[in-house]
Design a protein around this ligand. Structure first.
Ligand code: LCS
Length: 395
C-alpha cells in the first residue's frame, strides 16, 4: 500500500485505502461474496479464534468494504472505521455500543429528525435518558451534563438549522465528566472538518451524503480513535448486523476520490447563493456558516476549513411562499437527502423533521417556513437563475 502520511488531503482522497490485489487493478475489486473458503478445518477454526488473519464472512469483514473503511479512517485522521448500511445504522450502533441502562445523553436540539426520535422513543425504552439543548450555546451543554452523562452528541453544522457547535469546548465539557464526544460530521466531511483534531472520541457520517456524493447509495460510517473502541464497535455492529455491502462500499470509495474538489465547489457555490438570498427582498433570514450574520461564524472559522454546501432560509411569505418556490424550481430538485452533485431543495417541517413533532421542532427553531437547500456542483449562476425565477412566482 502507498505510504500516504506525507500526502496532501486531496491526494489522500485519490489514493487512500488502496492495496495490492491479484492482477494489479488500480481500484479495489468488488468482492461480491457473502462468505470465504477456508484452506482447511484447522484454518477456519484459527480464523474464528483470531489466531490467523483473513476473511470469514462479509458481515464480519470483506476486502472491498475494508478498503473503503481504511480510506475514510485515514481521511478523518482516526484509527479505524466501520462501514454501515446507513447513517442511522451507524448512529444506532454507536449508541448501543457505548450506552447501558441508566446512562444519560446530551444531544443537540437541531439534529437529523430520526436521530432525535431514536433517543427519545427507542433508547428511552431501555432506560437511557436524553436532554436536548441548543449546543450552539456551550453553556447549555455544561448545564445539561449530569453525573451519569456518558455521551455528548452533536452535529456541526446541524441539520437543518445549520447551527455551529464549538467542538473543542464540547469535548472538554464531556471529558471533564468522563463522557465521550460523538460528532456527526455528515454536513462537513473530513475535507472541511476533522473532529478528532478538536477532541472528538467518535466521528460518524451518513455516507449517503457528501462522502459518496452522487445520490446513488445509502450508507454510513463510524470512525474510532483507538483499537479498544474499534473492537467494541465491531462486536456490536456484527451483532446488530447493520453492515454495508461490497457494491455500495465500492461506489462510496469511488466517490471519495473527488471529495476534495467536490467540497470546494459546494462551498464556492453555497457562498454565492447564500449572499444572493441574504440580499433578496423576499427573504426573511438565511443561515449559512459563511455569512457574518450567522451566530456561529467565528467558531466556524476556528474549526472548519470551508463553510459547506448547506443553507437554510425562510421567505417573508412563510410556508406558502416556500411552497411556491419548491413547486417552481426546475434545475433544483425537490427531494430530501443532501450532499450530492445536484442541488436539492426540501421542507424540513413536513419532510425530514416531521417525525420529531411540532414541539421539538419549535424548540429547535425549525419554523414552518424553513426551506433547506443542499447546494450542488452545477454552475452557481444557473442555480441562482432557477431560484430567481421560482422566487418571482411568490406574491
Ligand atoms: N446524520 C445526518 C446529519 C443526516 O442528515 C442524516 C440523513 C443521517 C444522519 C441519517 O443517514 P441515513 O441513514 O439517511 O444514511 N439526512 C437526511 C436528510 O436530511 N434528508 O434525507 C436524509
Amino acid at each position: 500500500m502507498l505510504q500516504n502520511k506525507n500526502l496532501h488531503f486531496d491526494s489522500k482522497c485519490v489514493h487512500s485505502g488502496i492495496s495490492e490485489y491479484e492482477f494489479g487493478p488500480v481500484v479495489p475489486p468488488i468482492y461480491q461474496t457473502s462468505t470465504f473458503k477456508f484452506e482447511s478445518a484447522e484454518h477456519g477454526a484459527s480464523l474464528f479464534k483470531g489466531e490467523a488473519e483473513g476473511y470469514i464472512y462479509t458481515r464480519m469483514k470483506n476486502p472491498t468494504i475494508e478498503a473503503m473503511e481504511n480510506s475514510i479512517a485515514e481521511l478523518e485522521g482516526g484509527h479505524k472505521a466501520l462501514g454501515c448500511a446507513s447513517g442511522m445504522a451507524a448512529i444506532s450502533t454507536v449508541f448501543t455500543a457505548l450506552l447501558k441502562a441508566g446512562d444519560h445523553v446530551v444531544c443537540s436540539k437541531s439534529v437529523y429528525g430520526p436521530t432525535l426520535t431514536l433517543l427519545q422513543s427507542v433508547l428511552s425504552k431501555f432506560n437511557i435518558e436524553s436532554t436536548f439543548v441548543d449546543t450552539e450555546a456551550t453553556e447549555q451543554i455544561k448545564q445539561a451534563i449530569k453525573p451519569n452523562t456518558r455521551i455528548v452528541y452533536v452535529e456541526s453544522p446541524a441539520n437543518p438549522m445549520i447551527s455551529i457547535t464549538d467542538i473543542d469546548a464540547a469535548a472538554k465539557l464531556a471529558h471533564n465528566n468522563k463522557a465521550l464526544l460523538v460528532v456527526d460530521n455528515t454536513f462537513m466531511s473530513p475535507a472541511l472538518q476533522q473532529p478528532f483534531k478538536l477532541g472528538a472520541d467518535v466521528v460518524l457520517h451518513s455516507m449517503t451524503k457528501f462522502l459518496n456524493g452522487h445520490a446513488d447509495v445509502v450508507a454510513g460510517i463510524i470512525i474510532t480513535k483507538d483499537e479498544e473502541m474499534y473492537l467494541n464497535m465491531r462486536k456490536t455492529l456484527n451483532q446488530l448486523g447493520g453492515v454495508i455491502d461490497p457494491f455500495n462500499s465500492f461506489l462510496v470509495h469511488r466517490g471519495l476520490k473527488t471529495l476534495s474538489i467536490r467540497m470546494q465547489r459546494h462551498c464556492e457555490n453555497a457562498m454565492l447563493i447564500a449572499e444572493y438570498l441574504e440580499k433578496h427582498p423576499k427573504i426573511k433570514w438565511v443561515r449559512y456558516p459563511g455569512l457574518k450574520s450567522h451566530p456561529g461564524y467565528n467558531v466556524g472559522l476556528k474549526q472548519h476549513a470551508g463553510h459547506g454546501g448547506m443553507i437554510s432560509f425562510e421567505l417573508n411569505g412563510g410556508f406558502k411562499a416556500g411552497e411556491t418556490v419548491m413547486n417552481n424550481v426546475k434545475l433544483c430538485q425537490l427531494a430530501v437527502s443532501l450532499g450530492g452533485v445536484e442541488t436539492l431543495i426540501q421542507h424540513p417541517a413536513s419532510m425530514t423533521h416531521l417525525s420529531m413533532g411540532a414541539e421539538a421542532r419549535k424548540s429547535a427553531g425549525i419554523t414552518e417556513g424553513l426551506v433547506r437547500l443542499s447546494v450542488g456542483i452545477e454552475n452557481a449562476n444557473d442555480i441562482i437563475s432557477d431560484l430567481e425565477q421560482a422566487l418571482s412566482k411568490t406574491s
